[in-house]
Design a protein around this ligand. Structure first.
Ligand code: ATP
Length: 237
């Protein structure tokens, strides 16, 4: 166990029914860093993120957050300890943008949800402009921003995201990347599962998952120096 880690997962096995999907996965995230979890369709990225945030159980292994063992803890308690999961499903289409953000802040018993909402608007000005409109009126990229704002209303130390680029045009992917890089300066740690290597731009370290096992972990530079991985994820040199 690395004492400097914010999140530390060791030897995580997980699956569905009789099917084992993850095999002894080790991954750690340090305070304030951005870690990218790469892997093809079906590699087990979503399954791993869900086991971290408590949506499915780890069958073996240990997960620590801020040094505390959270392996058996319910999802809401993990959230109270500073880890939130960004999901578009958490956006309520019939509520206004502002109501959506407030619901998130209130659910966490935020002492001053109004102040938090203002802070989030300064991060995502487009949401301020549309604050009274129903969330259903947002574009795909804007809905993603709202999902992020909502997750941030909890003031997490670590934001866990599953394929933030999914369903977005390259222009909107750029917008999401810009929003995430402005969060990095504020000490927030990010763990992002992606197939889009555009996210390497903002990552400090990378883990590659294949067939439910970690095949590689290292810095972005180390990854691009690895001939075989480079070919698999960046195309031909
Ligand atoms: P994707 O990018 O497609 O989401 P992924 O790397 O996130 O891929 P997972 O969604 O974790 O991969 O899926 C890993 C394996 O687990 C796949 O074989 C998938 O079919 C299976 N799987 C995922 N969810 C379930 C479920 N609820 N019940 C049964 N099997 C599942």
């Amino acid at each position: 166990t690395d004492a400097a880690s914010l999140l530390d997962a060791r030897g995580v096995d997980a699956g569905y029914g009789t099917m084992q999907v993850l095999w002894g996965v080790d991954l750690d995230v340090r305070p304030g860093e951005t870690v990218l979890l790469l892997g093809a369709n079906g590699a087990g990225k979503t399954t791993f993120l869900k086991s971290l945030v408590g949506l499915i159980e780890a069958r073996s292994g240990h997960i620590r957050l801020g040094g505390e063992d959270i392996t058996k803890m319910r999802s809401s308690d993990r959230m109270k300890r500073g880890m939130t999961y960004m999901s578009e499903l958490a956006v309520f289409p019939d509520l206004s943008i502002e109501e959506n953000i407030r619901v998130g802040a209130q659910a966490l018993g935020h002492a001053n949800p109004g102040a938090r909402v203002d802070e989030l608007y300064s991060l995502f000005p487009v949401l301020r402009d549309k604050r009274r409109d129903p969330a259903s009126s947002l574009s795909g990229g804007q809905r993603k921003m709202l999902g992020i704002a909502k997750a941030l209303s909890a003031e997490p130390k670590l934001l866990v995201m599953d394929e933030p680029s999914a369903g977005l045009s390259p222009l909107f992917v750029k917008e999401v990347l810009r929003a995430l890089s402005s969060l990095q300066g504020r000490g927030l740690a990010l763990l992002i599962a992606e197939q889009n290597i555009g996210f390497l731009e903002i990552a400090t370290r990378v883990f590659v998952l294949e067939g439910g096992r970690i095949r590689f972990s290292g810095t972005v530079a180390e990854m691009s120096g690895n001939e075989e991985l480079h070919r698999a994820y960046f195309g031909l040199k």
